[in-house]
Design a protein around this ligand. Structure first.
Ligand SMILES: Cc1cc2nc3c(=O)[nH]c(=O)nc-3n(C[C@H](O)[C@H](O)[C@H](O)COP(=O)(O)OP(=O)(O)OC[C@H]3O[C@@H](n4cnc5c(N)ncnc54)[C@H](O)[C@@H]3O)c2cc1C
Length: 493
């Protein structure tokens, strides 16, 4: 196989590069060694946001880029990227105070070119967020939320529709180089265990927190990464029925924490702790769970929430550039990093929200080896998706131009808003190799449904049998693997 560009890593960064390259006439192959969005891109806080905290760090440029990209994604993918109103509670003596936050929000609005900020006094807050004692009122603003894994899959789907080849469970064994050291190809190993050599003009590695491992494997001179873990809780929404996102400062350490309604559940986040050993899959620890529960009970004392209320948990790892100063994790810069060396470009860090801008930077670095790279197109990030009559926004957001096809596969709800058609489409077209691919990333049922969706498993069996050819023994084996993984990485402690 001969391509212009090899992309290593199938998270949002790799997917974004694949789409941007395809739009600009570059023939690419993307390989992901686990599953698409298996890394941080399915384990984020799922906000498409400007990042108010970056303003505090003085990163105006990062905030400006982020709010612009947020607004473009809201236009491109309604139903997948959706506005979320926020209330940041003020209490006497707590930081940031009203004046500071309102000044920050004014700047946030200015950078976005539209006004969303407001203020609600304590009496109004009783209506907006019942149960939250915001004695000094709350500042109001708007950001957006998404389904991070589905956003990654939508971007990949569009890259594929423009000719990019994407393969999961395919690992980079080695890069191949000419006598001068320039990358000319790669050896890959696919899901069947066979290796294959391909030719390419250059490669871009978008391996997220695994940049260090890739650098060691390929000889790329890369700076030190400080992997930081952020953990989350998911609770049934009826335990704390919020209709908007609420952010407040944790009484223990003043860090911002938040809770918001997500896909019919309550998402709570997050922590920011060193995760030095990347060979250990990220999972919440008991102190992190206690920290987040304490935050909830500080803000909503009457809800009386405990570990028994938690439906599922997850943790993701941020590849943050190590300043080497041993500073508090939350103070490390969130800027991304792009490097180029002898036909290998590497990109790491950044945000889900800014994937297109990161893709453009990576491709700009690869330009010397990609003479066919066309000009940037825009302003759209995703390809236009005609929302046909009767197609729920949820489907056109997730499946773009293929939404009609998905609906034709089955309109019956499987669980919550997830339709049987979504499941069948994923089994047929989205390279599902294991049950956890289906329940954790193609759908989010593993996190959303009680007991990790165990009671749904019998209903999935005929679809897996028909579309993947799994016999009863294979299905049973997949169920065991899936439940073991959920207990290991996603349960409440
Ligand atoms: C706790 C947390 C919360 C966050 N919340 C937000 C948020 O709300 N909003 C936001 O905008 N951003 C958020 N972010 C940031 C955002 O999630 C990440 O920047 C983004 O997901 C990183 O995507 P990526 O593709 O670079 O990395 P990843 O998603 O980690 O993808 C890298 C992929 O590369 C693969 N890979 C590694 N090595 C190889 C190899 N040798 N061969 C093939 N494949 C390989 C891995 O399997 C992995 O799938 C958050 C991050 C964290 C940690």
């Amino acid at each position: 196989m001969k391509v212009d560009l090899l992309i290593i890593g199938g998270g949002i960064s790799g997917a974004g590069i694949a789409l941007e390259a395809a739009k600009r006439g570059v023939k690419a192959l993307l390989v992901e060694r686990e599953d698409f969005a298996w890394g941080t891109s399915s384990r984020s806080s799922k906000l498409v946001h400007g990042g108010l905290r970056y303003l505090k760090q003085g990163a105006l440029h990062l905030t400006w880029e982020s709010v612009r990209e947020r607004d473009q994604l809201l236009r491109d993918a309604p139903g997948l990227v959706e506005p979320m109103p926020f209330a940041m509670a003020h209490n006497p003596g707590a930081k940031p105070g009203r004046a500071t936050l309102q000044a920050g929000l004014m700047l946030y609005d200015l950078l976005a070119g539209r006004r969303t900020r407001g203020y609600a006094d304590a009496a109004q807050m009783q209506w907006l967020v019942p149960g939250l004692p915001a004695l000094s009122g709350a500042s109001l603003y708007e950001d957006a939320t998404t389904d991070d894994a589905r956003l990654t899959l939508r971007v990949l789907q569009e890259a594929q529709s423009l000719g990019t080849v994407v393969r999961n469970r395919t690992e980079l064994l080695a890069l191949r180089r000419d006598a001068t050291g320039q990358v000319i190809g790669a050896s890959l190993r696919g899901p069947d265990g066979f290796s294959q050599d391909i030719e390419c003009r250059c490669a871009i590695a978008a391996t997220g927190a695994y940049l260090g491992e890739l650098a060691a494997q390929t000889g790329l001179p890369a700076p030190k990464i400080r992997p930081l873990r952020g953990s989350h809780l998911l609770l049934p929404l009826w335990r704390l029925p919020l209709s908007r996102a609420v952010a407040w400062s944790h009484a223990d350490d003043g860090r911002p924490v938040f809770a918001y309604p997500w896909q019919g559940a309550l998402l709570v986040g997050t922590t920011d702790l060193d995760h030095p050993d990347l060979s250990l899959a990220p999972r919440i620890t008991a102190p992190e769970q206690d920290y987040l529960l304490r935050a909830l009970n500080q803000a909503f004392p009457q809800a009386g929430l405990s570990a028994r209320d938690i439906r599922s948990t997850w943790a993701g790892v941020r590849p943050v550039l190590d300043s080497g100063a041993g500073v508090d994790p939350s103070k490390e810069s969130r800027e991304h990093l792009v490097l180029a060396h002898q036909g290998l470009v590497a990109i790491s860090g950044g945000k889900l929200t800014t994937f297109r801008r990161m893709a453009r930077e990576a491709l700009a670095k690869a330009r010397p080896w990609l003479p066919m790279l066309g000009p940037e197109t825009g302003p759209g990030i995703l390809l236009p998706a005609a929302a046909g009559a009767g197609i729920p926004a949820r489907l056109s957001g997730r499946f773009g131009a293929r939404a009609t096809e998905v609906l034709a596969q089955g309109r019956q709800p499987l669980w919550g808003q997830t339709l049987t058609g979504e499941l069948r489409h994923s089994l047929q077209h989205e390279q599902v190799h294991h049950l956890d691919d289906l329940l954790l990333r193609r759908t989010r049922l593993g996190l959303l449904a009680s007991d990790f969706g165990r009671s749904l498993l019998p209903a999935l069996q005929p679809h897996c049998q028909q579309l993947l050819g799994w016999d009863a023994a294979r299905f049973e084996q997949e169920c065991q693997r899936y439940l073991a993984l959920m207990h290991d990485q996603h349960k409440a402690l």
